[in-house]
Design a protein around this ligand. Sequence first.
Ligand code: GDP
Length: 458
Amino acid sequence: MLENLTQRMSRVVKTIRGEARLTEANTQEMLREVRMALLEADVALPVVRDFIARVKEKALGQDVVGSLNPGQALVGVVHKELTALMGGDLGAEAGELSLATQPPAVILMAGLQGAGKTTTTGKLAKWLVEGGHVQQGRKSGKKKVLVVSADVYRPAAIEQLKTVAAQAHVDFLPSDPSQKPEAIATAALDHAKRHHYEVLIVDTAGRLGIDEAMMREIRALHDLLRPIETLFVVDAMQGQDAVNTAKAFADALPLTGVVLTKLDGDARGGAALSVRHVTGKPLKFVGMSEKLDGLEPFHPERMAQRVLGMGDIVSLVEQAQKNIDIAEAQKLATKIKSGNRFDLNDFREQLQQVKKMGDMGSMLEKLPAQFAQAASQLQGGQAEKQLRRTEGILNSMTPAERAKPELLKASRKRRIAAGAGVPVQEVNRMLSQFEQMQGMMKQMKKGGMAKMMRAMGG
Ligand code: GDP
């Protein structure tokens, strides 16, 4: 996601930070670099112009020029303006849904065909059912959610939502292509009220392009449903087209926010940066994979940090916390601290924890740019594949062998390799990696965390 932009911006950031003195000339030069990076990322020209003008005004002001560390201060300005550009000025409103209304809170999903509307309906429902939703800085708890499809034009659309809802363990209200969309909406609203649903998400028909009939229909649905959130779903890979489509919708329909899908496949990132400025609507969520847990609330400040190559540790920790078994992790940590030997059984346990944390590509991307190379090598499911192979090797060992790796002589290694379907060399490689790790654990136990960080260059 946004690899190209992040790479360029983190280079600029590094240069700026290194400048002992900021002159008009070198500030101009750096702003030119930022401008190029944004244009290359396919950010709309007026957005770039406006952004650069703001940064320039602040960069030449006393806060930067007169500061002790002008380079650092300039990076601060870029970060702040980038955050504002993506909706940071909205404060808590960005990345939050407002559901505080007489139940059911209705969410109307709009967008063109193929944008990812149905998938996002499922993702959003799952997220709400699982209690991921935050209101005014606090988790608002699990919601009772109903989804319905008012797409009567594509016969498979209703079935698709049904499948997605089943995967997400969310209640689905059947509808029929012979019904009118308004009739479906009325029935859904009635059903949601009678069965005390807190949230009703209505998926609507998408067309290939914007047409008047489509706009009329969704406006009618809007009038009828009076949704508290009307979200426009758009494919990030469409770049500036995505933003223009969102603008057309925002002009015709009172949107409350935008969801940008397929950001995982978007190396440029222009849409994420322009959408707020062009449409005036906040970006509320981004789609990071086609899986149902691949939806992330959008945090302008964190995203700005990511774009500048500083990583997004807060989201990383949140993602890990959500999936990891804290009790298991603590057991392991206690074991290491108490000086008990870290064996292959623990290693296997640890791998299982890592696997639970979810999509590794999306985790690694949140690390600061220094680690980006490692991350890029692990893209495309490489990390998961390697993990599975290592697990296969560990599973082919007996518990006794895992507890005492020194038992593993040549004949046992051959048996294990055959069991896991890998060459013996791979078993050896895994064992030597494990020994290295064991060494690190020993260091940690000795309270040598700081020493270890230094050794790793951290
Ligand atoms: P709709 O026509 O707007 O309802 O679009 P769908 O929900 O059917 O999605 C179209 C395609 O995009 C499907 O193949 C989805 O799996 C895929 N998709 C949706 N969101 C994402 C995303 O965030 N990332 C990726 N990689 N694929 C997505």
